[in-house]
Design a protein around this ligand. Structure first.
Ligand SMILES: Cc1cc2nc3c(=O)[nH]c(=O)nc-3n(C[C@H](O)[C@H](O)[C@H](O)COP(=O)(O)OP(=O)(O)OC[C@H]3O[C@@H](n4cnc5c(N)ncnc54)[C@H](O)[C@@H]3O)c2cc1C
Length: 280
C-alpha cells in the first residue's frame, strides 16, 4: 500500500491541505496558477457529503490565509448529488458563497455521463445567483457542442477537457480522432464565453484553441490553459514563458485511487512510470 501511495505521489500533492498548499506555492513561484481538488467522489452518506463540503470551505479559507494564487475544483457527487440533490445544492451554495466572500472561484468538475445533466442543472441553478463559479464540459460527449453554445448564451465559465470516464458509444465518440475534432470545434465555440479554460496536454488541441481565441479577438488574459499536476511540467513553464495564463490542477487527499486509476488508464506512459518504479 505504501509503495502505491508513493507512486500516486507523482499525480497527487499529498494527504492534507497544507501539503497541497506547499505544492501550490512552488507553482506560484514559477508564475503558474493552481486549482486545488480535495480528492473524493460518490459520498454515500449525508455525513460524508457534509464533511466534504466542510473540507472545501476550510480549503477556501486556507487559500485566503496563505495568499496563494489558487481556486477550488470539486465534484458534485462528493458533496451529496447521489444522495439528495437538495443536499448537494445546499452544500454547493455554501461553498460558492464563501468563495464569493473571499473573492475566489469554484470550478465544478464533470463526472461520468450519468451525471452530466444533473451536474449542469445544479450548476446553472446556483450560477444564476453566484457567477464566481464555472463548470467542466467533456469533448468526448456527443452533446457537448450544444452544451458549449448554451454556456456561451448563459455567460458561464467553462473548462473544456476531453473526458476521463469510460462511456458507451451512443453518448461518447469512441475514436480519439473524433474526440480531438470535437475538442477543436467546442474550443472555437467557447472562445465566445467568459474566460474559457482549455484543459489538455495535447499540443495540437492547445494550438487549435489558441487559433480560435486569436480569431475571436481574445488576448492572453482572456483565457487559460490548464494541465494536471505531475503531467508535462516542462510544457507548463514553456507556455507560461510565452505569456499564457497556465493553471495546474492539484489534487490532494487520501481518496486518490479512482483519480490515479483514470490517469494510468488513459496514457500508457503513466502506466509505464508506475511499472518502472514497481521494479526498481
Ligand atoms: C486541468 C484539467 C482538469 C480536468 N478535469 C476533468 C473533469 O472535470 N472531468 C473529466 O472527465 N476529465 C477531466 N480532466 C481529464 C481529461 O478529461 C483527460 O482525461 C486528460 O486530460 C487526458 O487528455 P488530454 O487532453 O491531456 O490528451 P490525451 O488524449 O491523453 O493525450 C493526447 C496527446 O497529448 C500529449 N500528452 C499527453 N500527456 C502527456 C505527457 N504526460 N507527456 C507528454 N505528452 C503528453 C501526447 O502527445 C498525447 O498523444 C481534466 C484534465 C485537466 C488537464
Amino acid at each position: 500500500m505504501r509503495a502505491l501511495t508513493f507512486l500516486a505521489s507523482r499525480f497527487v500533492a499529498g494527504d492534507a491541505v497544507d501539503d497541497a498548499i506547499g505544492a501550490v506555492r512552488a507553482l506560484n513561484a514559477d508564475g503558474l496558477k493552481a486549482t486545488l481538488d480535495n480528492l473524493g467522489e460518490d459520498s454515500l452518506t449525508r455525513e460524508q457529503a457534509l464533511a466534504a463540503a466542510e473540507e472545501n470551505l476550510a480549503m477556501l479559507r486556507r487559500i485566503a490565509d496563505t495568499g496563494v494564487d489558487c481556486n477550488v475544483s470539486l465534484k458534485l457527487t462528493q458533496i451529496g448529488l447521489a444522495i439528495d440533490p437538495a443536499l448537494a445544492r445546499d452544500n454547493l451554495t455554501r461553498i460558492v458563497e464563501e468563495a464569493a466572500r473571499l473573492k475566489n472561484f469554484v470550478r465544478v468538475d464533470m463526472e461520468g455521463s450519468a451525471w452530466t445533466q444533473k451536474t449542469l442543472d445544479l450548476f446553472y441553478a446556483v450560477h444564476d445567483r453566484y457567477p464566481n463559479m464555472g463548470v467542466v464540459l467533456q469533448a468526448y460527449l456527443r452533446r457537448t457542442q450544444a452544451d458549449c453554445r448554451d454556456a456561451v448564451a448563459r455567460k458561464a465559465r467553462v473548462r473544456l477537457c476531453k473526458g476521463a470516464y469510460k462511456e458507451p458509444a451512443d453518448v461518447a465518440f469512441p475514436s480519439k480522432q473524433d474526440v480531438n475534432a470535437n475538442y477543436d470545434k467546442c474550443a472555437a465555440i467557447l472562445a465566445g464565453a467568459p474566460l474559457p479554460a482549455f484543459a489538455t496536454h495535447d499540443d495540437a488541441r492547445i494550438e487549435a484553441a489558441l487559433k480560435s481565441c486569436d480569431a475571436a479577438g481574445l488576448v492572453k488574459s482572456d483565457y487559460e490553459l490548464q494541465m494536471l499536476y505531475g503531467l508535462r511540467p516542462k510544457r507548463w513553464r514553456e507556455l507560461r514563458g510565452q505569456g499564457h495564463t497556465v493553471r495546474i490542477y492539484v489534487p490532494y487527499g487520501t481518496h486518490w485511487f479512482p483519480y490515479f486509476y483514470r490517469r494510468i488508464r488513459e496514457r500508457k506512459e503513466n502506466l509505464l512510470f508506475v511499472a518502472r518504479n514497481m521494479f526498481e
